[in-house]
Design a protein around this ligand. Structure first.
Ligand SMILES: [Zn+2]
Ligand SMILES: [Zn+2]
Length: 346
């Protein structure tokens, strides 16, 4: 049996479609046939040369598929999603609640393709799941197109919210109404929290409301005064920076109440510096917490949430065109200029 893979050789070079042998499974490994894989911003950043990855590589991590064969106890035919990483479960970070920072971390869609590390990404007909990969079965109620969101934006949104440690009926400011911000808003609203959304693009207003924002603003002053009016001048219990911009990180510092929590999840690449007055942080008893990726429990929560709520929120509105693996180059070029998620069905 062979697999078909799209190999990325570096910025400016066309992807190469090749057949490769499927290796024999080692203990703990699972062979999965890919149903579909969405193109993430991080894939596009790599494709456009704005982020450097080891090459050659198979890009793509937002995938779902069907178990073909497993030496990890998974039943053939089972439809699953999996974490973006495999971890060892034994190192310092794995034993201290940060498996996403494992000392021998393997990240799907970001690893160098070698004979020892074959089938490492989602832009292929098959993927080989390593030992130590979190796997979650998918209920039939979640279509593939929605399920692909689970292991990237949905699980990351859950990690951000978990780290905010919210009280019940909290007021949460969400900065950035991209897929991550919209998903966080939907989760927060499903949990009974009040969500005040902000994005400098006024065109996001309708989506923001559809995804559970109680209020949405594209003007900073209007956002600040609404936040103040709705909290008797205190500010939000927490602010999630999910825009990945310097302006949003700066704005987050003045959006929370005394004792509030600021979560930075958006800026996974350098965006410039923000200015912090230590005196304000201590007098206002603020917590600033960085969140990168997620832990296996967040992925389980993501699948449960999508299963229960994907109909209620307009997740299907986030998707654009679907391409075959043979059209991968067109798919990447289309995705680079599209605001919606592009899907590849091998
Ligand atoms: Zn992603
Ligand atoms: Zn580890």
């Amino acid at each position: 049996m062979t697999a078909r893979i799209a190999v990325f050789h570096g910025f400016g070079q066309p992807l190469e479609l090749v057949e490769c042998p499927i290796p024999n499974l080692q203990e703990g490994e699972t062979l999965v046939k890919i149903n579909c894989c969405a193109l993430c911003r991080s894939d596009l950043h790599t494709y456009e040369g704005r982020r450097t990855e080891a090459t050659p590589a198979i890009l793509g991590h937002e995938a779902v598929g069907q178990v073909i064969e497993s030496r990890a106890g998974l039943a053939p035919g089972m439809r699953i999603t999996w974490g973006i990483f495999a971890c060892c479960s034994e190192c310092f970070f794995c034993c201290n609640g940060l498996p996403q920072k494992c000392e021998s971390l393997f990240k799907y869609g970001h690893a160098r393709l070698t004979d020892e590390q074959p089938l490492s990404g989602g832009l292929a007909t098959h993927i080989l799941l390593r030992k130590g990969t979190p796997v979650v079965p998918l209920p039939d109620s979640i279509p593939d197109e929605i399920a692909v969101l689970a292991n990237c934006s949905t699980a990351t949104a859950f990690a951000s919210i978990r780290n905010a440690d919210l009280r019940t009926n909290a007021v949460v400011a969400v900065l950035g109404m991209g897929i991550l911000g919209l998903t966080a808003a939907a989760i927060l609203s499903s949990q009974g929290h009040q969500v005040i959304g902000f994005d400098p693009d006024p065109a996001k207003a309708e989506l923001a409301k559809d995804f559970g924002c109680t209020d949405f603003f594209s003007d900073v002053d209007a956002f600040k005064s609404a936040l103040s009016n709705q909290t008797q001048g205190r500010g939000a219990d927490a602010c999630l920076e999910l825009a990945g911009s310097q302006a949003a990180a700066q704005l987050s510092l003045t959006s929370v109440r005394i004792g509030g929590t600021i979560i930075w999840t958006g800026a996974a690449a350098p965006v410039g510096e923000v200015s912090i007055q230590p005196e304000q942080i201590l007098r206002r008893q603020l917590t600033i917490r960085g969140v990168h990726n997620y832990i296996p429990g967040d992925l389980t929560d993501a699948v449960e949430f999508l299963s229960a709520f994907s109909q209620q929120f307009r997740f299907e509105a986030l998707f654009g065109a679907t391409f075959s693996l043979d059209e991968i180059e067109t798919a990447l070029q289309f995705a680079a200029v599209s605001t919606s998620r592009v899907m590849v069905r091998p």
